[in-house]
Design a protein around this ligand. Structure first.
Ligand code: BG6
Length: 493
């Protein structure tokens, strides 16, 4: 149970709110995490009668919840918390009183303002919040990605919000950091003696971070064609995951210590500039192909016009510090790929000396795979003796921790966790302004170099694993993507 709070979701009847935020709050209700007094205000530019809107929210909830979850069980209590407020954030008019009056009745409560709207409206919203005296000492603001289009625009947005909220009241959300396995990555690294001594370039050959999606544009044409995979996934989700894999142990599991270590990783990332983009990056765009036995259109068909926006990126990156010297980090993300899968692969080096003779079989190097989705879990492959064999024969076997099976009744929800963190005022899983800035500082030159060098997008069929050049990026280093075989579809880790 958390302390008393009010949450105001700007863009409260929008896609993000209906698909992610309200289901997450409802799950918190079911789990008993919401105090009796907590209130939820949903603002929208135009709203129908409250009862009609609530009926819509209920339908959305019903569709979003998973098997075994019920939209009915706690709906009566949950719906009573919700107020729908029609207001235009760009107008300082009377409509704001619908928000100001109830909030001011409880000045002592924590207040969360969630800006689930385009960043172009952040400034106006903060200005009105301030103008109507709604920003109290207990107020926090949550900012959704995309936070800007490049370093400069992100800086402008951050500077604008900073006029109204101090940095330690600003929660920049990256929902990947709320995923169960990401938390477990921290547990694995820092709560076990086994891994930390091996977590460096002496024992690790390379690291792969791969975020593949089956979905295509999902109706977000205007946004996506402006952004592309680099801004949509690499600048935020992927670099945040990288930071947690590569950072030094923080002094404590507290926001300041974690942020300090993440910043050092971003500072140490080797820039990829000019013609290096040709050898270190791959841009792709999907064309028509087959997915799950059905033909799906290409990106340009969905878009209805020509575009050079990338829907796939692969990158070979390096971190220039002692721990990671000589260890390549391979990133890959794309839409309309063969399988939805997010995983971090730590490939250890081979043994320096083999004491077994050739007849025992090939010694494969150990590998640690942290799967974020679809089936969350961790797998470590080790060599072991084959059972029931008189001779010593070795085989690679997996040690599995499959959360989905082990904790079958748990529906982990990244937004639920992160919203509770906001309410509890815990910043440890949120990005600091400087992190966002450094991530842009690494990403911007790559995007500029693509432009300068005229790096084309390479076609890949929907339902494949991306352009051939993506496999070639690793093949040229005598390596391969972990999850890249047609026959591996649907397999466990
Ligand atoms: C969002 C991106 O941040 O993350 C989307 O804007 C992407 O393009 C989504 O589809 C992926 O999230 P998840 O949790 O479904 O992997």
């Amino acid at each position: 149970m958390t302390q008393d709070f009010d949450i105001v979701i700007f863009g409260g009847l929008g896609d993000l709110s209906l698909r992610k935020l309200l289901p997450a709050l409802y799950r918190s209700e079911v789990a008993g995490h919401l105090p009796e007094s907590a209130r939820i205000f949903l603002t929208a530019r135009s709203a129908e009668v409250e009862e009609l809107e609530k009926a819509k929210i209920h339908d959305w909830l019903h569709n979003q919840l998973k098997d075994g979850e019920s939209a009915e069980s706690h709906w009566q209590v949950f719906s009573k918390r919700i107020s729908v407020v029609a207001l235009d954030v760009t107008q300082a008019d009377q409509a704001w009183e619908q928000l100001a009056n109830p909030l001011s009745e409880c000045p002592e409560r924590d207040r969360v303002f969630y800006l689930a709207m385009p960043p172009s409206l952040y400034g106006a919203t903060c200005e009105q919040l301030s103008g109507f005296g709604l920003i109290s000492d207990n107020s926090r603001v949550v900012l959704e990605k995309p936070l800007g289009y490049d370093r400069e625009s992100a800086d402008e947005i951050n500077a604008l919000v900073a006029q109204y909220f101090p940095e330690d009241h600003i929660f920049r959300i990256d929902h990947y950091l709320g995923k169960e396995t990401v938390q477990n990555l921290l547990a694995l690294r820092f709560a076990n003696i086994l891994f930390e001594p091996l977590w460096n370039g002496k024992y690790i050959d390379h690291v792969q971070i791969s975020l593949s999606e089956e979905v295509g544009l999902e109706g977000r044409t205007a946004f996506y064609d402006q952004a592309g995979a680099m801004r949509d996934m690499i600048q935020n989700h992927l670099l945040q995951l990288l930071c947690l894999v590569a950072m030094e142990p923080p002094h404590k599991m507290q926001a300041d210590s974690i942020r300090t270590e993440k910043l050092k990783v971003l500072q140490a990332m080797r820039p990829i500039t000019g013609y290096e983009v040709q050898s270190h990056t791959v841009r792709g765009q999907y064309v028509e192909g087959m997915m799950k036995g059905e033909s799906v259109p290409g990106y340009l068909d969905e878009l209805g016009r020509d575009s050079q926006t990338e829907t796939f990126v692969a990158i070979k990156a390096h971190i220039d510090n002692w721990r990671w010297s000589g260890v390549p980090f391979y990133f890959r993300t794309g839409k309309r790929l063969r399988q939805r899968c997010a995983e971090i692969v730590i490939q250890f080096k081979p043994l320096s000396h083999n004491v077994f003779d050739n007849s025992t079989g090939h010694l494969s190097a150990n590998r640690l795979v942290m799967r974020l989705q679809p089936d969350e879990g961790i797998q470590l492959t080790v060599m072991a003796k084959e059972l029931n064999q008189f001779d010593m024969r070795l085989q690679q076997v997996p040690l599995n921790l499959n959360f989905a099976e082990t904790f079958s009744n748990i529906h982990s929800d990244a937004y639920q966790r992160l919203l509770l963190n906001v309410i509890q005022n815990d910043l440890s899983l949120f990005a600091h302004r400087d992190e966002a800035d450094l991530a842009w500082a690494w990403v911007d030159p790559i995007i500029s170099a693509w432009k300068e060098c005229g790096t084309p997008v390479q076609a890949y069929e929907a339902g494949s694993w991306g352009p051939d050049a993506s496999a070639a990026l690793l093949h040229s280093d005598k390596r391969a993507w972990h999850n890249n075989g047609g026959s591996q579809r649907g397999r466990k880790l």
